[in-house]
Design a protein around this ligand. Structure first.
Ligand code: AMP
Length: 599
């Protein structure tokens, strides 16, 4: 028997849950579903994180309580991000797939509002929405909340963190006084208490002990390393654990993009997720992450909110979040569904105090770990290679090849043969390209190894930073990249044609998947950004900003002109150390509509 049937749900709903493989309710479902069904109408507070099954905890009672014969909008679910909104709506649609009379729609910013208005013309009993877009739709009279009986504030603490406080007040003012509010939050800061006091009447409450969960399933770790060594240190962890599947949290969009691009150029399966990407780009990144075409998602807190990925081995923090409460949200992305996970923070020597603060604030214990040494990496690679040989089944073609060699190696001893074979694998077995020192630092700032200073310099050089001249050029960022089918020559034509400048005024182009950094001669750069205003590419607005710290392509600063584009994209130095070199290339074909269009 399906254990959901004991919670007061109808047989039809239990049948769908059965088909979805939901057999046993999670703790928040176990407690919230009967409570919401038996006490209807009631205000409700659920203290639970993403990953605990809270969507079904409110979604299932909601679909039971909606009057499907009434076509007006009766329930509103507010979510902080479009990703969470989309996932919630997708789950509700799945729950209601056998009930053709019940319609769920999701609306969020960053997508075409006209299509959303059209979709809402259909009778829609449940609307899932991000606050900003919902207000827009209310103002355009595309949505009426006058019959809404249930308002769900999902991840309410996140909505407040993201600055939706006024929007929530505004939206709730459009609903009936006798509507009920169900609020879900992972934390209970002061502002949430204000909302509870203002909008809720003696709410029932369910609290899922997230502390206990994080203590048992998530191991919290930190390493101390210099800021400039954080990415090299991260690479060592990735090298040592090739099965790692992780999110790396960064604080700014630019840093997110740059780290993902740096890692990508070094051959790692890493991509950025941040708010400057179009919805289509974000969806494509998430698809690649979910289908394991890449192993590391480099994301801002905002972009990563609400994304539904269950089997991460690690959550990593390039910096600790400004608001320590966000650490709970970040680390809660691993150790889900009963699996173990590691939350690993890269902190610089002066940040040790923040770890102590975190330990006190969220009541977890951190374990200090060391950045793996090159010796460890080497030993691990050699061991993996030896195991690969031991576990390889001999292919028949090997017999043929051996036969065709006519005993060519017969004069070599076994040892000689092995040594020669190993020599052919040195690129793979050794760590090439610098950064061979100890990347660990002592708390307070003293490096443990003089080499680490050299490594910093080497690392900066690898990233091209030390080549930056700035000279007579302005450096810019544009949100166009290889994903748009652009090649470097295409790009030069496009920029010079659009801005009305000479091709030779555009130089030092560092083209990435979703963005490009480039120089423009400062004499030609007057009014440059404005020339792109109102342009679109692939249906999204083109954005150009000054970015004098943007990554450089090569040692040739300044106006590269045609010839400097030959190598295409940023200098690819360093290397993965396994001899395979970078995975990416920049030979995108020119897409049919890769040129910007004026709106
Ligand atoms: P949520 O916390 O609502 O985002 O849910 C996290 C994930 O767990 C989603 O992928 C759900 O589909 C899944 N899930 C939720 N409840 C159950 C359940 N009782 N049995 C199996 N999977 C569930």
């Amino acid at each position: 028997m399906n254990n959901f049937s004991k919670l007061g749900l109808s047989a039809d709903v239990v049948e769908v849950l059965d088909q979805m493989g939901f057999e046993n309710p999670t703790p928040v479902q176990q407690q919230a579903i009967p409570m919401l069904l038996e006490n209807n109408p009631t205000d409700f507070i659920g203290l639970a994180q993403t990953g605990t099954g809270k969507t079904a905890a409110f979604g299932l009672p909601l679909i039971e309580l909606i009057d499907v014969d009434n076509k007006v909008t009766q329930a509103l679910i507010m979510a902080p991000t479009r990703e969470l909104g989309q996932q919630t709506a997708a789950q509700l649609k799945e729950f209601t797939k056998n009930n053709k009379k019940l319609n769920v729609e999701v609306v969020y910013g960053g997508a075409n509002i006209v299509n959303q208005i059209k979709a809402l013309k259909k009778p829609t009993q449940i609307i899932v929405a991000t606050p900003g877009r919902l207000l827009d739709l209310i103002k355009r009279k595309a949505v009426s909340l006058t019959n809404v009986k249930y308002v769900v504030l999902d991840e309410a603490d996140e909505m407040l963190n993201m600055g939706f406080k006024e929007d929530i007040d505004d939206i709730l003012s459009h609903t009936l006084d006798d509507r009920v509010t169900w609020l879900f939050s992972a934390t209970m800061p002061k502002e949430i208490r204000r909302i509870i006091k203002k909008y809720m009447d003696t709410p029932l409450e369910v609290a899922i002990n997230t502390e206990q969960k994080s203590n048992t399933d998530i191991t919290h770790q930190y390493v101390i390393t210099k800021g400039a060594n954080k990415v090299p240190a991260l690479r060592r962890f990735m090298d040592l654990q090739p099965e790692m599947r992780a999110i790396l949290f960064c604080r700014t969009k630019r840093e997110t993009q740059q780290i993902a691009d740096d890692l990508g150029n070094l051959g790692y399966g890493a991509e950025a997720l941040h708010g400057d990407l179009s919805q289509a780009q974000r969806d494509a990144v998430m698809k690649r992450f979910k289908t394991r075409s890449m192993q590391l998602l480099v994301a801002t807190d905002v972009a990563a909110r609400g994304i539904d990925v269950n089997d991460l081995t690690h959550v990593m923090h390039h910096q600790l979040p400004d608001q320590l409460e966000s650490y709970t949200h970040r680390s809660g992305r691993t150790g889900r569904a009963g699996k173990k996970g590691i939350s690993l923070a890269f902190i610089n020597p002066r940040e040790g105090r923040r770890i102590t603060e975190l330990e006190k604030r969220i009541k977890v214990t951190f374990e200090k770990v060391e950045v793996p040494s090159v010796e460890e990496l080497k030993a691990s690679r050699i061991n993996n290679w030896a195991n690969l040989i031991l576990n390889t089944e001999v292919d028949e073609q090997a017999n043929d090849i051996l036969y065709s060699l006519h005993g060519k190696f017969a004069h070599l001893s076994e040892n000689d043969l092995l040594k020669r074979l190993i020599t052919t694998q040195l690129d793979h077995l050794l760590i090439q390209g610098g950064n061979d020192g100890d990347l660990n630092e002592l708390q307070g700032g003293r490096g443990r190894d003089r080499d680490s200073g050299n490594n910093n310099r080497r690392d900066r050089r690898d990233r091209g930073d030390s080549d930056y001249s700035g000279g007579g050029n302005n450096r810019y960022f544009i949100n166009i990249g290889t994903i748009d089918g652009m090649t470097i020559p295409d790009f030069v034509h496009y920029v010079s044609d659009t801005a009305g400048i000479k091709r030779s005024d555009v130089g030092d182009i560092s083209m990435q998947k979703t963005s490009t950094f480039f120089d423009v001669d400062s004499d030609a750069a007057k009014g440059f950004e404005e020339k792109f205003s109102g342009l679109e590419i692939e249906g999204r607005s083109i954005r150009v900003n000054r970015d004098d710290e943007g990554p450089k392509r090569s040692s040739r600063g300044g106006n590269g002109g045609g010839s400097s584009y030959k190598s295409g994209g940023r200098k690819r130095s360093g290397g993965r150390g396994d001899g395979r070199g970078p995975k990416r290339d920049y030979r995108g074909s020119r897409g049919g509509n890769s040129r910007g269009r004026r709106r």
